[in-house]
Design a protein around this ligand. Structure first.
Ligand code: C2E
Ligand code: CA
Ligand code: CA
Length: 691
C-alpha cells in the first residue's frame, strides 16, 4: 500500500524489506484468499493498524514490483506515509466499521520509483482476529491524461469538501475532506443543510438556475463550523443519472474575523458600549416594534457635568477610566430592554421603550443619577460627576432619529440650565432659544472676530446692608439671529474646541478695563472673572493675565479669579504653583460652585483661597442641603474666608442667608447680570460698600 503522488513518500524506501514475516502465517493467508489469487486484477488486503500489506495476489505483487508475498508483507508502508494519508486511512477504517462503505479513488504508487496510476476500490474486510482491514481492488488507469491524474490528486488533497449526491439525496462520492466533515457517511444533502426553509430555497435555485449557494453553520467532528456551500446540477459520470455536485469551503476563520469587525464597527473601543451606528440601527428596530405594540420610545441624551474638569486636571487616562466606569454603571442602571450607547466624549444615549414611559423614565433617571454621582476612585482622588439628562419622545418630539437626537440634545442643555444633575423633557420652545451644538460650534468660531460677545455684570452685595461689594463678569453671546445665548451652552463648546483660552482672556481684559473705568467714576469695586479648567492649566496663563492687567492699567488687587473645586483635583504640583503665582500677582481667588462637587475642605487649607461661593443649590435647596451649607459657613468663619451665597432669588432665601451669617450674596433678588450701561446706572442709584 502506498500513498498518493504528492504525499512525499520516498520511492526507494518502499522497496526495502524490513523483516521476515512468519512463513506459516503467510501460508495460512494464501489459503484464505485462494479464490482471489488468480484474478487478473491486482487485489490486496491492507492492514490499516500495522500499515502493512496483509496479503496480495500475483497481479498485485507485480504492480508493487515485489519478488514475493513475503517481501511485500515485510515492507513498512507507514514509514514514509504522510500524516494526511494516515488520517484518511483511519477515517476509512471507522467508516467501514460504521457502515458498509465503499470508496473509489485514483491512486498512484511508486514501486522502484516509477509512478503507476491505479483506480482502486476500497471496501471493509474483517480479519479473523476481528480487526477491520481494507480490501483493495485495482484497475490500471492506463491512458488517462496527466491533467485528469492531477485533478484527481487535487480532489484528494484539497481542503474543499466535495460531495456528489445522487437523485435520492444520498452521497455517491465524498472526497476525503468531505468525509472528515460528516458524522455519517450516508448523510443526505437535506440533512446537511438542516434548516428546511434554507434547503427549499437551495432546491428551488438548483431547479430554476442549475446552481445554488448557501452559507450554513454545521456541526462537524471537529466542532461547529461555518461552511459556504455551492451546489450545481450535473450528471453522475458512472450512471449518467442526474446528480448534484456540492462543494463546501470552511469559512469559519473569515466569519470570526467578520464578527470581530462587525463588533468593532458597532461598538465603542474604549467602553465596549454600542456606538452611534449601532444605536441608530437599534432605533429603527425600536420604532417598528413600538408601533406594533402601541408603546412610546424615548431617547435620553446624557452629558456628564464637570467631566471636562476631571479630564483637564487629572489627565486623559483618568478621564478614560472615569468614562469606562460610567459606562459600566449606566449598563447596570438601565433595564435589560433599554439600550445604552456612547455618543462620543462624555455623552451617552439611552433608548427606552415602554407603555408607561413617563413613569419608567422617572425611575430610570433616579437610578442613573445615583449610579453616576457615586464618586469614582482614580489613583488617590475621588472624582465625582453628575448626569444632565435631556429626553425626547417618539413620536411626540420627532419621527426621525436626527430630529430626536437634536431635541434630546436641546433638552439636555435645558437640564444644564436648570442647575445640572437633572432631567429635562424637550418642549418646542427650546428649539427657538437654543440651537444644536454642531450649528453653534461652527458659528462660535467667527463670533469673537465679529464681536458678538459681550460681558454682563452682576453685583455681589453685603447680606446685611445690600451695599455693593463687588461684581462678577459673566460673558454673553449676542447671536445675530438667536439673541442672547447662555454661557452654559457655549462655554463647554469653547472648551472642547480650544477657543476658551482666547475667549477667557478677552473677558478678563474687558473686565480689567471696566474695573479701571468704574474706579475713575468713583466706583472702585473688585471685579471677579471666571476661569475655565483649560485656561487654568495653560502654561501661558500668568503671562496672559499680567499683560491684560498692564494694558488696562488695572490694580491687580481689584480683580479676582473664580475657579471651581474640580480644577484642584489630584496632586498635580502645578495647581498649587499656578494658584500661588496668581496670588503673588496680587489677584484674589474665589472657589466657585462650592458644594456641588467634592466639598473637600482640605483645599481651603492647602491653597491660597480668599472667597468661597456657596452654590445656588444650597441656597435654593432643601433643609438637608442647607445643613451642609451651615457647616461650610462656620468653616469660612474659622478660616477667615469671605462666604458668598449664589442664586438668591427670594426674600425668604435672603433671610436664611442673613441668619447663617453669610457675608455676601448674589442673585436675581438684588439684580440680574446686566450690560455695562445698565450696571453703571444701577451703581449711580445705589450705595457702594467698602470692599
Ligand atoms: P457661575 O460662575 O456659577 O455664574 C453664576 C450663574 O448664576 C450665572 O449664570 C448667573 O446669571 C446665574 N445667577 C445669578 N443669580 C441667579 C439667581 O438668583 N438665580 C439663578 N437661577 N441663577 C442666577 P450665567 O451667566 O448663565 O453663567 C453660567 C456659567 O457660565 C457661570 O456659572 C460660569 O461657570 C460660566 N461662565 C460665565 N461667564 C464665563 C466666562 O467669562 N468664563 C468662563 N470660563 N466661564 C463663564
Ligand atoms: Ca462664577
Ligand atoms: Ca457659581
Amino acid at each position: 500500500m502506498v500513498s498518493p503522488i504528492s504525499s512525499g513518500d520516498s520511492p526507494a524506501a518502499l522497496a526495502i524489506p524490513l523483516s521476515e514475516p512468519d512463513p506459516s502465517a503467510l501460508a495460512e493467508r494464501a489459503q484464505r484468499y485462494a479464490a482471489l489469487e488468480w484474478l487478473s486484477r491486482p487485489v490486496w488486503v491492507f492492514d490499516i493498524d500495522h500499515k502493512r500489506v496483509h496479503w496480495a495476489n500475483t497481479a498485485a505483487l507485480s504492480v508493487w514490483q515485489a519478488e514475493s508475498l513475503q517481501a511485500l508483507c515485510a515492507r513498512d508502508m507507514g514509514r514514509d506515509m504522510s500524516g494526511s494519508v494516515a488520517q484518511r486511512l483511519a477515517q476509512y477504517q471507522s467508516d467501514f466499521a460504521a457502515s458498509d462503505a465503499r470508496f473509489n479513488e485514483q491512486w498512484t504508487v511508486y514501486p522502484d520509483g516509477v509512478p503507476v496510476s491505479l483506480n482502486v476500490r476500497f471496501s471493509g474486510h474483517r480479519l479473523p482476529d476481528g480487526r477491520m482491514c481494507m480490501l483493495c481492488e485495482a484497475e490500471p488507469v492506463g491512458s488517462v491524461a496527466p491533467e485528469s491524474l492531477r485533478s484527481v490528486e487535487a480532489l484528494l488533497h484539497t481542503a474543499v469538501m466535495i460531495t456528489l449526491y445522487g437523485q435520492d439525496g444520498h452521497a455517491l462520492y465524498r472526497n476525503p475532506a468531505a468525509r472528515a466533515a460528516v458524522f455519517q457517511p450516508d448523510e443526505r444533502l437535506e440533512d446537511r443543510v438542516g434548516d428546511p426553509a434554507a434547503y427549499a430555497a437551495l432546491a428551488a435555485s438548483l431547479t430554476s438556475q442549475g446552481v445554488g449557494t448557501l452559507t450554513l453553520s454545521v456541526p462537524t467532528p471537529t466542532g461547529q463550523r461555518w461552511h459556504e456551500l455551492s451546489a450545481r446540477q450535473c450528471r453522475d459520470a458512472v450512471t449518467g443519472q442526474h446528480a448534484v455536485l456540492v462543494s463546501e469551503a470552511d469559512i469559519s476563520a473569515i466569519k470570526r474575523t467578520e464578527e470581530r469587525a462587525n463588533f468593532q464597527a458597532l461598538h465603542d473601543a474604549l467602553t465596549g458600549l454600542p456606538n452611534r451606528t449601532h444605536f441608530m440601527q437599534r432605533f429603527a428596530w425600536a420604532v417598528s416594534e413600538a408601533q406594533a405594540q402601541g408603546q412610546e420610545v424615548a431617547l435620553l441624551f446624557i452629558d456628564l457635568d464637570h467631566f471636562k474638569d476631571v479630564n483637564d486636571t487629572l489627565g486623559h487616562a483618568a478621564g478614560d477610566q472615569l468614562l469606562v466606569t460610567m459606562a459600566q454603571r449606566l449598563r447596570h442602571a438601565k433595564r435589560s430592554s433599554d439600550m445604552v450607547a456612547r455618543w462620543g466624549g462624555d455623552e451617552f444615549l439611552v433608548l427606552v421603550m415602554s407603555a408607561d414611559i413617563r413613569k419608567d423614565l422617572a425611575a430610570l433617571h433616579d437610578r442613573i443619577s445615583a449610579a453616576v454621582a457615586t464618586p469614582v476612585r482614580i489613583g488617590d482622588v475621588d472624582a465625582r460627576v453628575t448626569p444632565s439628562v435631556g429626553v425626547a419622545l417618539y413620536p411626540r418630539d420627532g419621527d426621525t432619529i436626527e430630529i430626536l437626537l437634536r431635541n434630546a440634545d436641546l433638552a439636555m442643555y435645558a437640564a444644564k440650565d436648570q442647575g445640572r444633575d437633572t432631567m429635562a423633557f424637550y418642549d418646542e420652545h427650546m428649539a427657538q432659544t437654543v440651537r444644536s451644538r454642531t450649528e453653534l460650534e461652527a458659528e462660535l468660531r467667527h463670533a469673537l472676530a465679529r464681536q458678538e460677545f459681550e460681558v454682563y455684570y452682576q453685583p455681589r452685595v453685603a447680606a446685611g446692608s445690600n451695599a455693593i461689594m463687588g461684581v462678577e463678569a459673566l460673558v454673553r453671546w449676542n447671536h445675530p439671529r438667536l439673541g442672547l445665548v447662555s454661557p452654559d451652552q457655549f462655554i463647554p463648546l469653547c472648551e472642547t474646541t480650544g477657543l476658551i483660552r482666547q475667549l477667557g482672556l478677552w473677558v478678563f481684559a474687558r473686565a480689567a478695563q471696566q474695573q479701571v473705568a468704574w474706579a475713575a467714576q468713583g466706583f472702585d469695586m473688585v471685579v471677579s472673572v471666571n476661569l475655565s479648567a483649560r485656561q487654568f492649566m495653560h502654561p501661558e496663563l500668568l503671562a496672559d493675565l499680567t499683560r491684560a492687567l498692564q494694558q488696562a492699567g488695572a490694580d491687580p488687587a481689584r480683580l479676582e479669579v473664580e475657579i471651581t473645586e474640580s480644577m484642584l483635583l489630584g496632586h498635580d504640583p502645578r495647581q498649587l504653583a499656578v494658584l500661588q503665582s496668581i496670588a503673588a500677582l496680587g489677584l484674589s481667588i474665589a472657589l466657585d460652585d462650592f458644594g456641588t462637587g467634592y466639598s473637600n475642605l482640605a483645599y481651603l487649607q492647602r491653597f491660597p483661597i480668599h472667597t468661597l461661593k456657596i452654590d445656588k443649590t444650597f441656597i435654593q435647596g432643601s433643609d438637608a442641603n442647607r445643613s451642609l451649607a451651615e457647616l461650610i459657613v462656620s468653616l469660612c468663619q474659622l478660616m477667615k474666608l469671605t462666604a458668598v451665597a449664589e442664586g438668591v432669588e427670594t426674600q425668604e432665601q435672603l433671610d436664611w442667608v442673613v441668619a447663617q451669617g453669610i457675608a455676601q450674596y448674589q442673585g436675581y433678588l438684588y439684580a440680574r447680570p446686566l450690560p455695562v450701561v445698565q450696571f453703571t446706572a444701577l451703581l449711580k442709584n445705589r450705595a457702594l460698600g467698602d470692599a
